[in-house]
Design a protein around this ligand. Structure first.
Ligand code: PAF
Length: 309
């Protein structure tokens, strides 16, 4: 099936409303991306296609979430290949707006702030990143609301009640902090959408797929595997109800000379506060999220593992 590429919010609303009506659709899915797509995005799109009648994927490299103009310029733009990948998964509409379409008056004066949840972990290394990401996610979630326009205030019922189509948006578990923040924004600010988390896709060796992996040399790719190995170690201990012994997992990462560890901790999945006791000497019980970030050569990588015992 051929995906239709639309450039403006008005075109998107008209095209999605038409498709939904033609299909007697009850559910619309949105997959927000910045392009440079890989198998991880394909999994997001495929999940959305399986669960909805109409699926929109957005491709927009959001200047607000880059701290550095060089990083923004360096971000790969691969629209043709991206559209082909999305088409293969059965996505109906690709929304690829210009910066002027999304920010017509220049950078927005009023933004979403991620608060204290956005200042730790990734936020500590990338100040302002999550404010920029949440601001554009808020806009994208509004653009993707099913139907020809916004539903009347208060009319949305999660899961498509009151005759309105269901509306779901898909985010990767790989960006665990972004996912936690999007969930909080949607809950705290009453956004009319259900957030669906999609598990991380990995290479055969275990490396979490990322658009940044393309900047790693063969030697760095090999070195980067220590991140997922360390996470697997914690998972195995959690599954066996053993103490996580985070110190030894951190030492494993530190033993790899090409890897400079930024953080590696186990946190509460909702608040992202460290679970100090559980991580070290007592048998692990309950829910946790192991978060890791490191520089491998010139590239900053993140990964995580949900833990449950
Ligand atoms: O995860 C991403 O690709 C981006 O942060 C997102 C959610 C598309 C917002 O620009």
């Amino acid at each position: 099936m051929v995906a239709q590429v639309v450039r403006t919010a008005a075109e998107l609303r008209a095209a999605s409303a038409l498709l939904l009506a033609e299909r007697g659709g009850r559910a619309q899915g949105l997959v927000p991306t910045m392009g440079a797509l890989h198998e991880g995005h394909a999994r997001l799109a495929k999940t959305a296609v399986e669960q909805n009648d109409v699926v929109v994927a957005s491709i927009f490299v959001n200047p607000l979430q880059f701290g550095d103009a060089v990083d923004l310029d360096r971000y790969p733009r691969t629209l043709e290949a991206d559209v082909a990948l999305l088409e293969e998964q059965g996505v109906d509409l690709v929304f690829a707006p210009s910066v002027d379409e999304v920010y017509p008056g220049g950078e927005p004066l009023v933004r979403v702030t991620a608060g204290s949840l956005g200042e730790k972990w990734e936020g500590a290394s990338r100040p302002g990143h999550f404010d920029g990401a949440l601001t554009v996610v808020a806009k994208l979630l509004h653009y993707g609301i099913p139907g020809a326009g916004l539903p009347p205030a208060g009319a949305f019922v999660s899961g498509g009640g009151a005759g309105l189509p269901a509306y779901r948006a898909y985010f990767g578990q790989k960006d665990a902090q972004q996912l936690a923040l999007v969930r909080r924004m949607v809950a705290d600010l009453n956004f009319p959408v259900d957030i669906v988390a999609v598990p991380t896709v990995r290479s055969a060796e275990g490396l979490a797929l990322s658009s940044r992996n393309r900047f790693l040399s063969d030697e760095e790719l090999e070195a980067a595997l220590v991140l997922s190995r360390a996470l697997r170690l914690l998972e195995a201990r959690a599954n066996a109800h053993e103490p996580l012994d985070l110190d030894s997992a951190q030492a494993l990462v530190a033993s790899q000379p090409l890897v400079a560890l930024d953080y590696f901790d186990v946190v509460d999945p909702g608040t992202l506060e460290p679970l100090a006791e559980n991580c070290r000497k007592v048998p692990f019980r309950g829910e946790g999220l192991a978060l890791i970030a490191a520089k491998v050569g010139p590239v900053r990588l993140i990964d995580n593992a949900p833990l449950s015992s």
